[in-house]
Ligand binder design. Sequence first.
Ligand code: ADP
Ligand code: MG
Length: 221
Amino acid sequence: MPLTFDDLLDRAGRLARGGRRAVLGIAGAPGSGKTTLAEHLVRALNGDGAPWVARVPMDGFHLADAELDRLGRRGRKGAPDTFDAAGYAALLRRLREADGDAETVYAPGFERVLEQPLAGAVPVPPAARLVVTEGNYLLLTEGAWARVGPLLDEVWFCALDERERVRRLVARHEEYGKSHQDAVDWALGSDQRNADLVAAGRDRADLVVPESALPRVAGPG
Ligand SMILES: Nc1ncnc2c1ncn2[C@@H]1O[C@H](COP(=O)(O)OP(=O)(O)O)[C@@H](O)[C@H]1O
Ligand SMILES: [Mg+2]
């Protein structure tokens, strides 16, 4: 039997039964469906009850454009060295250590229209027993990214047929305002270099999520 979305719900739910707050990572190339999968997992696990699962996006740790300009890296926004990897690892550590504390931990979000990080956008309440964090570089072993893996209870890797992934990525860029040509150039240029870096981490994942287990949603295009 191919793996289903319900199997993923069971597996994620089991992670949270260890008595302490668990952190599940979802990695994958740009456009592979990480954010969509994480959103569906969190929604399905929380159901109508009090939220006990929170989603924390790695994208919240994008450096701001002003800092990318200062560093001369704006042209490759989205590459591993255009994020605050050490800050992301520190937040994951804090989320684990704050288990049992009474205060909400705030994570930054990413604003897709402005394409800028936004502090304080993502609350993780004390009641969160499971944190689902998702992004491109969870399985990288270079520099500060190497601190991320050991802070995750499991890492799942979104694997999608390459042509379909690129098609969705182009459609998403267009949805957020790029012309068709700019969307294609970005998806096959900058995004593709990053996708290749991400693919190299696939073998370190605990689970490769097959297409059969991805949520059924009406995608772009
Ligand atoms: N399971 C799916 N079925 C159809 N379309 C999807 C699915 N998952 C994601 N998409 C679409 O593909 C695009 C990229 O998905 P997203 O979750 O943003 O990927 P990532 O976070 O990995 O970059 C989005 O526009 C989304 O609507
Ligand atoms: Mg995403």
